[in-house]
Design a binder for this molecule. Structure first.
Ligand code: CTP
Ligand code: MG
Length: 163
């Protein structure tokens, strides 16, 4: 049991780092360049190039770090694919939020917490899929971990909203 949890957390950790790095280091030019479709922003000001690049960078470095600490355990490109997948999942969720009229930064519970994990596992699985049990743990535990992390980020003034 403990083993499954530890393996699950190690597997998804680069995606968590990618996601939080985007929050910490994001800002500046939005990926949608401010463009709208149907009177609504394509993605909104919350998805920026800087967030994506730093997210991909630090998430990949996290994967490489795990690879160094536990040689042979973590494929070299797993961190990169988890990170890019996570960042894309987050972007797709913003796209969907804008289409149904949810303003940037307004919460959509569950989707906001799970969007990057779904993207991360989908792209990460191309390199190495998690075990079925690890996946279940990741999906169940992430909303809780994410909410806690976001609340801390809000208290520390890194985030505008506590979600
Ligand atoms: N961020 C970024 N670039 C990204 C992802 C996130 O710059 N690719 C930063 C933005 O400053 C964003 C913050 O991280 O405001 C929090 O991300 P998130 O909660 O996903 O975005 P929201 O601002 O809540 O916007 P949305 O409603 O589109 O989810
Ligand atoms: Mg949000």
């Amino acid at each position: 049991m403990i083993n499954i949890i530890v393996n699950a957390l190690i597997y998804i950790f680069p995606a968590y780092v990618a996601n939080s790095s985007a929050v910490l280091f994001g800002g500046g030019k939005p990926i949608d360049l401010g463009k709208k479709v149907g009177g609504k922003r394509i993605l909104g000001d919350g998805k920026t190039f800087r967030g994506f690049i730093f997210g991909a960078l630090f998430g990949s470095l996290t994967g490489l770090g795990i690879n160094i600490i536990k040689p042979g355990y973590f494929p070299v490109f797993l961190g990169l694919s988890l990170s890019i997948g996570g960042l894309i999942g987050d972007i797709i969720a913003s796209f969907l939020k804008r289409r149904v009229g949810v303003k940037r930064g307004r919460p959509v519970p569950i989707l906001d917490q799970i969007d990057f994990v779904i993207g991360a596992v989908m792209l990460g699985s191309l390199v190495e899929p998690p075990s079925g049990k690890a996946l279940i743990f990741i999906l169940l535990a992430t909303p809780l971990i994410h909410l806690t992390a976001n609340f801390l980020g809000y208290l520390l003034n890194f985030k505008e909203n506590p979600w």
